[in-house]
Design a protein around this ligand. Structure first.
Ligand code: ATP
Ligand code: CA
Ligand code: CA
Length: 165
């Protein structure tokens, strides 16, 4: 069994509800269960700052599936929740990113793990540190706690409350 870390983001409609529903769907992925969820964080949109603010969280998914299979299931959940792929970094009801898959490093055409932007994003590092500050980024070889402290992150995140799961 592997611990996968999944980043959730929503910036359209009832953001908290989309995140909550996505987590319920993730818990129904075969041979997998959501064992922990971080608090919710309100953050500045990455890329295009004219779009609405995001609500973000990170969930820990324990799974027996392959990383490719987990990603496939995450993309399916995005579709079920009505996400329309208009453009990259555009507004969306729900975005599910596979941030880490245990200590695996994967470079495939449709799957890069760890997610290549992890170290640049406060809205990923802050919830990761909440879940486990000692988690080691397998490509960079340093802990997420270290990354959060050393990086001069451009955007701030605001704590929006505990997530009761
Ligand atoms: P970013 O990846 O910078 O956060 P995004 O989430 O807006 O941007 P999407 O449009 O959601 O990008 O994803 C585009 C594609 O990225 C997906 O169809 C998927 O195949 C691919 N991809 C590669 N690696 C990953 C990963 N670790 N997690 C999620 N998607 C990934
Ligand atoms: Ca994303
Ligand atoms: Ca994505």
């Amino acid at each position: 069994v592997t611990r996968a870390y999944v980043g959730l983001g929503s910036n359209l409609g009832d953001r908290e509800r989309f995140i909550r529903t996505a987590i319920e769907h993730m818990n129904r992925i075969p041979e997998s269960s959501v064992i922990r969820v971080s608090s919710l964080y309100d953050s500045e949109p990455a890329g295009d700052s004219t779009q609405p603010r995001y609500l973000n969280a990170v969930a820990v998914l324990e799974t027996e599936l392959s990383p490719e299979r987990v990603l496939w299931n995450l993309l399916l959940i995005e579709k079920r929740l009505g996400r329309e792929r208009v453009k990259r970094w555009g507004p969306r009801q729900i975005d599910l990113d596979l941030l880490f898959f245990g200590d695996r490093v994967i470079e495939e055409p449709d799957l890069t793990v760890p997610h290549p932007e992890v170290e640049h994003r406060a809205f990923v590092l802050v919830p990761m540190v909440e879940l486990d500050p000692t988690f080691v980024h397998p490509r960079l070889g340093v802990t997420v706690g270290h990354l959060l402290r050393e990086r001069k992150l451009l955007s701030a995140v605001r704590w929006k409350g505990r997530f009761w799961y």
